[in-house]
Design a protein around this ligand. Sequence first.
Ligand code: PLP
Length: 431
Amino acid sequence: MTSSNAELFERARRVMPGGVSSPVRAFGAVGGTPRFAASARGAWITDVEGKQYVDLVGSWGPMILGHAHPEVVAAVQRTVGESSSFGAPCVPELELAEQIVRLIEPVQRVRFTSSGTEAVMTAVRLARGATGRELIIKFAGCYHGHSDALLAAAGSGVATLGLPDSPGVTAGTAASTLVLPYGRLDLVEQAFRAHGDRIAAVVTEPVPANMGVIAPPPGFNRGLRELCSLHGAVFIADEVLTGFRLSPAGYWGLAGRAEGWSPDLFTFGKVVGGGLPMSAVAGAAELMDLLAPAGPVYQAGTLSGNPAAAAAGLATLNLADDALYARLDHVGARLREMVSSALGQAGVPHRINHWGNLFSVFFTAAEVTDYDTAKTQDGAAFARFFHAILDQGVWLAPSAFEAWFVSDALGERELDVIAKALPPAARAAAG
Ligand SMILES: *Cc1c(COP(=O)(O)O)cnc(C)c1O
């Protein structure tokens, strides 16, 4: 007996808050019934009712090779056969750490954690431990996971659901986070002039992608680097989303390396675990060796460095060469062109922002450069577009604030499905 999506969602709501394990999955912003995924291969997801969709979410980033890639599956099966968790040092985590150090020159040490949230939380603690300071600067609309210190004016689900800052975060914690509008180096400079000796870290998404994609203004990331150096603060590049998605060395590999700067700490997640729970904090030895047991800043995890997750990550990174990123850039460009043309023909006001293969479609006529402009979107138009394209078998994130994630499994057959689905979806968006 197979159950319908609606029946399963009703059951789920009886035993799970909102019926889901992560808020945006509940379709709150677009209405309707979430699809329960049953299986996925390559670029295709099949739901419990047997309907197939071309996947443009990729589990919100990790599935850069597509689903169930044979080499990733084989690596996980091999590893799990020897145990799914040792709680002891193991070879897969060591090999993944060595691979990250090889790929990203400023990185000498890697500490594995299990979610992006945990990685950024650890980076913030490390920055505070290293500097003996308390304040953190973050940018409105950037998402760094759901730790208390970083929920203020956060992107991703917090933006999707239009939530104010969350209950449960104490006033004391919130007061330690200075939130600035994205892209305004002058305001960062001002904050450092006012509180420079109290600022432990600046944390940013080097290409914001959780309020939709926003290309950093020229010189912005380098400017943050310089201000942090000048004032003795730690610069944290949260590459949980961009790491191993934009290039073999993430955003830094395309911009920082060429421009001759690097952050003090990187955080990685999503692609680094190849679809299993895995994330990391990484940086130069001097700072990273402040982490226990090498140093006094405590951090730990029962499942950290999990062998199966490390094996999935390593198998993924081993296949992610320059040629793969060239293909992703190409397919991203084709998709942007298709979407823009369909929305243009239907007369739907829109903006498409991109950086490398990452892009997002904003349902607004305004140029989108920060969180305030991202919020000028017509959410109802997006919801109509979303449901029309979903009905035709294209799986998008149920949020107007998410990137569209391409994978190496997208081929001509999948692009054809999307090309046919776009014009009716654009007409639905037009209302
Ligand atoms: C997804 C994301 C996180 C949070 O990662 P989780 O694994 O969901 O905790 C943090 N930072 C950025 C930039 C992200 O995109």
